[in-house]
Design a protein around this ligand. Structure first.
Ligand SMILES: O=C(O)CCC(=O)C(=O)O
Length: 272
């Protein structure tokens, strides 16, 4: 994949449009998967770009503003937040948000038709914009999990249309139970923002109160590298730590209707 030509010739735009069955699954279950939407060659190239972006974020974080929440270290470098794995002196990065501006190939990925075309379908408009994007690195052995949460409560104070912020996770490594694959609670997106936990911790309110959803509805998304998982801003989701010796990296790109500012930089990034 080239930074200036994000769509491979083999991919036909009409093949990328949202299928009726995908629309129905998004409405009823809150997610759907496009297995291996990106080729192995593209995933390798994007993998190199995310590693370069992570190195850049690490260098930049030397001059950022560091703070600790619930024993986790965060560094703000301008509007980019770098979150490190616990304990606070661990040098491994967990999350970078936003990440795409740190590498031209990732910036071009925002406009890639394999992601943007189904997003236009989910948002029911051709004119769409970026809301936020992040890189979850989940390194072998050290990558911690993500507790059950919805994304919408994080965003509700910055956005008047949290129902219209669909996510696409681009899975960069084969994902399974051992390396902490992404998990969703099927159907949990239908009741809006659910109550957070009241455990007295600094971030507890962002995790979803366990009594409000049913673990019997949990789906572990064991998917090969290159797959796209589209998921609703209200779906309860999370993942376990990476206990394997294999990476489990993923990019999560979140879109919205056009002409609205992004979450972090507050600038508009319409999709081409
Ligand atoms: O990468 C994962 O396993 C979970 C990601 C997640 O929950 C998030 O980015 O909000």
């Amino acid at each position: 994949m080239q930074a200036d030509r994000a769509v491979t010739e083999a991919v036909c735009a009409t093949d990328l449009e949202l299928a009726a069955q995908e629309r129905e699954q998004y409405a009823s279950d809150g997610y759907f998967v496009r297995p291996q939407a990106f080729s192995a060659a593209d995933v390798a190239q994007i993998g190199d770009a995310v590693e370069a972006a992570a190195e850049r974020a690490l260098r930049l974080s030397d001059s950022g503003r560091s703070y600790i929440l619930d024993g986790k270290r965060f560094v703000d470098v301008g509007h980019v937040t770098v979150q490190f794995e616990p304990p606070p002196d661990d040098p491994a990065i967990k999350v970078i948000e936003p990440v795409c501006e740190l590498h031209p190939l990732l910036e071009a990925l925002l406009d890639d038709a394999r992601i943007a075309t189904p997003m236009r379908g989910l948002l029911e408009t051709d004119r769409i914009a970026m809301w936020t994007n992040k890189l979850n690195l989940k390194r072998p052995g050290v990558g911690s999990g993500f507790g059950w949460h919805q994304d919408s409560p994080y965003w509700i104070h910055d956005c008047g249309h949290v129902d219209r912020l669909p996510n696409a996770m681009l899975v960069l490594d084969d994902a399974d139970a051992d390396n902490g694959c992404f998990r969703v609670i099927r159907g949990s997106h239908t009741r809006g923002c659910l109550p957070g936990t009241a455990d007295g911790s600094q971030l507890g309110g962002f995790y979803t109160e366990a009594s409000t959803f049913d673990l019997a509805d949990e789906v572990a998304l064991k998917v090969p590298a290159g797959s796209l998982v589209f998921f609703h801003p209200h779906i309860v989701h999370g993942s376990l730590p990476n206990r394997s010796q294999r990476p489990r990296r993923a990019l999560v790109l979140t879109y919205q209707p056009a002409d609205q500012a992004t979450l972090k930089s507050k600038t508009v990034r319409n999709i081409r």
